[in-house]
Ligand binder design. Structure first.
Ligand code: EPZ
Length: 440
């Protein structure tokens, strides 16, 4: 059912929040399980609609999938794949599913996968995926909205990516695992989710080196070398960064648990620059706090290890109430500022000039009815609503449910006045529990 979120600002977030498994890692591990003639057991799988969509897609291909939500575990057996077509109904919902292309092509030498199409944040091309697979020896054509790839055999190759695309690196890596000989991907994406995928593949018996650097070397292995595998997904650095932004923006103090702090270096450095405090408590948790109004900051989104584009929107929500002028440059996507209009409805002073958002910090936002245009934009409206005076209502939150596990519950635990309501309801009464008198 489509729900809305209603929330009221005025509370400093306090306490602790435990971060879930990374969506953008878990989905790729699920797709990679198609390479294996046997069982894959994945742990720390977040409870998300995208995981359900990927489960359904794998099932249509003939995989047996058991999704144990309570234990955050998925069992996949891809021994009896009988269909190499990933239907539009699934791929159109979720771009991550496009990486079944590399896995199917690698194992079965053919695949037909719906084009993921454009999406509300930008053009999101696939030319590098196709060029990479062609370099390995596949014939690739686009017909009827599908990418159709075939080959007699795949042979390792040297592939230079014009830009470090996450998805292209993953698709090429998956196709190269069972290819004959070695593949070298230069200018590869270095995101932690790529390293996680490589670690998973190696645990399965593949031979992948250099993941996490700009050059990845894959030495092809035989199908019989791949063995059943049990693997735990890394924590979600983007979910963590969203809570970090929210705690700092509400001038709160909270512990963020189950993270790898080094995955968040660019993010925590920014918080520091903005006047917040970050203390590493142990290898898997940090404490974030902020006692006064945040300072402005300039941010340029970049491939990892730069500042992640996926956290641009939650950070803009923090900066619209910061002291001074901030300039945010979006260098990954053409159209990732769709939340700005909604933030203006809440009183933000922010203008877009080509790929820059120019923010003049205001002292206070006011609650409003707003619409979530995509996953991260939706989360950013929650961050803004938590800082606003009065109630906000966010609709189209199915975007948020694609990528944030139990977001309402987690923010409630941190002391936010927030709840989920039926989309038919128009209810701005969030029953204020505990508003901090000195908040505004
Ligand atoms: C992944 O998308 C993530 N999605 C995105 O997260 C994330 O924003 C992005 O990486 C960058 O970090 C998943 O992992 C499912 P790209 P992906 O290929 O793989 C251009 C979220 O909110 N490009 O690195 O699609 C493309 O147009 C999502 O969780 C080409 O030009 O990212 C885009 O501008 C949103 N040709 C840029 O590169 C290509 O062949 C980055 O794309 C491929 C990409």
């Amino acid at each position: 059912m489509n729900h809305k979120i209603v929330l009221e600002g005025g509370n400093r977030l306090k306490g602790e929040v435990t971060i879930s498994g990374a969506k953008n890692a878990a989905l790729k591990l699920m797709a990679a399980s198609l390479l294996l003639d046997g069982n894959t057991e994945l742990h720390n799988i977040p409870e998300l609609t995208d995981v359900v969509t990927m489960t359904q897609l794998l099932q249509t291909l003939g995989a047996e999938v058991e999704y144990n939500i309570k234990d955050k575990k998925i069992l996949i057996n891809a021994s009896n794949i009988n269909n190499i077509e990933a239907h539009y109904d699934f791929v159109s919902k979720m771009r991550a599913s496009f990486v079944v292309l590399g896995a199917l092509l690698g194992r079965f030498h053919e695949a037909k996968v719906a084009l993921p199409g454009g999406c509300s944040i930008g053009e999101r091309r696939i030319d590098l995926h196709i060029k990479g697979l062609e370099s390995l020896g596949a014939q690739v054509r686009i017909e009827g909205g599908y990418v159709i790839a075939k080959t007699k055999k795949l042979t390792g190759a040297k592939i230079y990516l014009d830009r470090p695309s996450v998805g292209a690196t993953e698709n090429i890596m998956l196709a190269a695992i069972l290819a004959e000989g070695s593949t070298i991907i230069s200018n590869a994406a270095q995101e932690p989710e790529i390293t996680d995928l490589a670690n998973f593949l190696n645990a399965m018996g593949a031979d992948v080196n250099g993941a996490g650097s700009s050059e990845i070397i894959i030495n092809g292995v035989k199908l019989k070398n791949l063995k059943p595998v049990t693997y735990t997904t890394i924590p979600d650095r983007i979910e963590a960064g969203t809570y970090i932004a929210a705690v700092a923006a509400t001038r709160g103090k909270a512990v963020i648990r189950n993270i790898f702090p080094n995955h968040l270096s660019a993010v925590t450095s920014k918080i520091f620059e903005m006047g917040g405090k970050v203390t590493v408590l142990d290898p898997f948790s940090i404490e974030v706090s902020c006692s006064g109004r945040l300072n402005s900051a300039n941010i340029v989104t970049q491939p990892y290890p730069g500042f992640p584009t996926d956290l641009q929107s939650p950070f803009i929500s923090a900066l619209v109430i910061a002291e001074g002028i901030s300039i945010i440059t979006e260098s990954i996507y053409e159209n990732r500022f769709r939340q700005l209009g909604e933030l203006r409805r809440m009183g933000a002073n922010v203008q877009q000039e080509s790929n820059k958002a120019i923010i003049k910090g205001v002292k206070q936002l006011t609650g409003a009815q707003v619409i979530s245009s995509d996953l991260r934009a939706g989360a950013s409206l929650i961050v803004a609503g938590l800082c606003a005076n009065g109630a906000s209502q966010i609709s189209d939150i199915y975007h948020i449910d694609r990528g944030y596990e139990k977001i309402v519950e987690k923010f409630s635990e941190l002391g936010a006045n927030i709840k989920r309501i039926d989309s038919e309801e128009n209810n701005l009464d969030v029953k204020i529990i505990n508003t901090d008198e000195n908040f505004y």
